[in-house]
Design a protein around this ligand. Sequence first.
Ligand code: ASP
Length: 437
Amino acid sequence: MTEQETKKTGLLSWYFQMSLLVRITVGLVAGAIVGIALAYSPSMAPNFVSNTKFFGDVFINLLKMIVVPVIFFSLISGAASITPAQLGRVGVKTIIFYAVLVVVAISIGLLVGNIFQPGLGLGLLGAEGVQGKLAETPSISTLLLNIIPTNPIESLAKGAVLPIIFFALCFGIGLSVIRASDNEELSRAGDSLFRMVTACAESMYVVVRGIMQYAPIGVFFLIAVVFAQQGPKVIGPLAYLVGLAYLAYVLHVLIGFGGVLLLHGLNPIVFFRGADEAMISAFVTRSSNATLPISLRVSEENLGVPRTVSSFSLPLGATINMDGTSIYLAVSAMFIGYATGNPLSIDQQLTVLLTATLGAVGTAGVPGAGALMLLLVLESVGLKVETGSAVAVAYAMILGIDALMDMGRTCLNVTGDIVAAVVVSKHEKVLDTSKWA
Ligand code: ASP
């Protein structure tokens, strides 16, 4: 039998021949069905979770393995191929874009909260022993200072994204200066290093493509475990809250993302088709950071974003741009206000607009980080999570279903980063529009 024939008739050939998106979608839907079925069998669900969690964690670990090398190599290669002035322009445009969209996102969250009033009439009373973890609030100067790594190797080892971005940018700029040097030997050495780093980045993308072959299996187990654990908790007012959060998420996708793409003459359907692998992965991994390798790959390969933009704006976005989290913060604050008989006034909602923006910036791109930021937002409007208080009871209710809210918000967080990369590239006239034809 020739190699070709072995391939066609092999046991797993059907698996590899099917399109990746179809496989991932099948994994997602089948996982949800199995998870929901298990949720109603309290004796089987814990066993299923403990025996199969491994298969989902394999997917997450594979992605985490590749995050730091992907950011590091693509960013050096990206920064070394443009001038510092261009880089600065891309940075400013990206951050303005993030700021505008996050305000749109929170406004949608508050609007949905005002119209549908989640938690109204719940009349929660205080109970003993319920308290959230307290979020730490580092000062702005500490936050800024922490971006500059005192030891880049340590940052790489810890996977601290902002310091890695900072160091890789400096490295890339240094490399671009060397490449342009009058000293021929130095410029030749710079070119060789540039080619090597670019080859490293490309090799990492090959690895990402390989990891995605496992994605359907990972997705199946990740989603089944979440539904098996969370399913029964979503009843009554919490189902309403989750539904409203998702309504706000969808509105932001249509109005915020769809609107911005259309305004820039970009077809949203082409966008969502190109970004779908990253969106689904964000949904199931609940981590913007873990999804980064996929976001970087799809924006380059499917959406024509050049590495000069994607390598900088996507890691930055995964760390500070959180549209979904900001919607979640707004809707949840409204819920807790209504549920405890303290509906938020207009002034308090304006405060939420400000603190949710900052809270989203401070949220790490890992599962559940947004729930900690909710404490800050609540505190800013005078709803303190103190032991035994009604606010603590309401907060604990939200924590109980956090994974379900986190799936949608992470999906939006990642989508927002990719929209920003596409739009900024279009502005900079470097978007490969042949992918959009
Ligand atoms: N899980 C989210 C993310 O990784 C952060 C959050 O919890 O809101 O983007």
